[in-house]
Design a protein around this ligand. Structure first.
Ligand code: HGY
Ligand code: MN
Ligand code: MN
Length: 405
């Protein structure tokens, strides 16, 4: 396809991403969490674009958007990414993979396989702290115990699915048939600096880091800030603070590992009350599952010794663990050839970020990721940005990939 046509297509993808970014559950910033009215509106908007492109659309029993070409072939390729976002998100994380793939489907020369485009309903895990809800349902690996997880308002996931219009008793119906499944390919912004440093727009991912998501609670004794001597306190916040710094220093020392305390909540917080209860989350990632598991065990023993020394109780819970996922070699090769065919050098790199491709890989579905450069490697931030030129490079590479199958 000539570069002028690709430029026009990239402009339209960019415009659609701007439009989709206005679909938010918060004023003046982009937040779209599982089961919210904004998620429903996003499904509706992308469905309308998919129907314009001649695809059949539906919402499955957990709330994923499912769009499918209507040809006769039994062979199927999955494309897609997630439509949920973090809080105060950028407009590219997730949505780029859905909107750009839809554009490539709309412009492809029909081939001997069908395509199903999926907008996954919860990859970030913001509402229930458990990621890959939609992709695990599609992969057939959804853990029913997850239905009991509760959000900040105490609503269980099972109930949230019903409120959203889904049916937690029919999650098996979300599972994609494996016969004649070519695999899954996801286009995603890099969310890191490697492509910018390499001065290349596209990367082919080798593996996705494994992650452990933990919920930790320190329970001490609330008390009067003015009358309780320092030697008589069982302060949950200072314990949590000491542990948080230990999370950072352990990851720094270890290497090949990242660990983050992303949420910390003080129960009954008040300026004149000694914090009696603090709940926090820990996100631990590594390309090596052994490194990650050892790190989680080390952090647990640090938390326990910190609590014991300060006379506090500790609750330590592993909310969810996902193994590191090696991307499919054949699909990687096809993507590399497609990037080359579109006139760029395919940079190979691991992904520190999690992706729905990890959940599908874990279930044995051949999966691969095509990364596109983002400014400053910034993501999970409203200023995350992918240029139209790089969008165009990604469309051209995806076109070449689809034509190569
Ligand atoms: O957290 C992640 O790695 C992804 O953005 N969900
Ligand atoms: Mn994300
Ligand atoms: Mn993402």
């Amino acid at each position: 396809m000539n570069s002028e046509a690709i430029t026009l297509r990239a402009k339209r993808v960019a415009a659609r991403l701007e439009e989709l970014a206005l679909v938010s559950e918060e004023e003046a910033r982009l937040t779209r969490t599982y089961g919210s009215p904004a998620m429903r509106a996003a499904n509706d908007l992308v469905s309308s674009w998919a129907r314009e492109a001649g695809l059949g659309t539906s919402i499955d029993a957990i709330g994923n958007l499912r769009c499918r070409t209507m040809g006769e072939s039994a062979t199927l390729l999955l494309l897609g990414s997630h439509l949920d976002t973090v809080r105060d998100a950028g407009r590219f994380d997730g949505a780029l993979g859905v909107v750009a793939a839809l554009d490539c489907i709309a412009h492809r020369t029909p081939r001997k396989f069908e395509i199903e485009l999926i907008g996954f309903c919860d990859e970030e895990g913001v509402r229930f702290q458990s990621t890959y809800l939609g992709s695990r349902a599609v992969a057939g690996t959804f853990d029913r115990a997850t239905l009991a997880l509760r959000d900040d308002r105490g609503i269980a996931l099972g109930e949230a699915i019903r409120i959203f219009g889904g049916d937690p008793s029919r999650l098996d119906s979300c599972t994609v048939a494996r016969e004649a499944l070519l695999g899954y390919v996801e286009l995603h912004l890099e969310q890191g600096p490697v492509l910018e440093v390499a001065d290349e727009p596209l990367g082919v991912v080798t593996a996705i880091a494994g992650q452990s998501r933990l919920a930790v609670e320190f329970r001490g004794q609330a008390g009067h800030a003015g009358t309780t001597p320092m030697t008589m306190r069982r302060d949950a916040l200072t314990a949590a603070a000491e542990f948080t710094l230990a999370v950072e220093s352990s990851a720094r020392l270890q290497g090949g590992l990242v660990a983050t305390v992303g949420r910390l909540e003080i129960g009954q917080a008040a300026s004149n009350v000694i914090p009696g209860q603090v709940a926090l989350t820990v996100d631990v990632r590594s390309a090596s599952d052994t490194t990650r598991r050892v790190a989680v065990a080390t952090l647990e023993s640090i938390a326990r010794s910190t609590a014991a020394r300060r006379g506090l109780q500790l609750e330590w819970r592993i909310v969810q663990e996902t193994a590191a996922a090696a991307c499919d070699l054949d699909l990687r090769q096809s993507l590399k050839q497609a990037v080359t065919a579109s006139g760029h050098v395919p940079i190979e790199l691991p992904s520190g970020a999690g992706h729905d491709a990890a959940a599908l890989t874990e279930a044995g579905i051949h999966s691969a990721l095509l990364f596109v450069r983002c400014r400053g490697g910034l993501s999970h931030h409203p200023e995350e940005f992918v240029s139209e030129a790089d969008l165009g490079a990604a469309l051209a590479a995806m076109d070449a990939f689809l034509a190569s199958l």
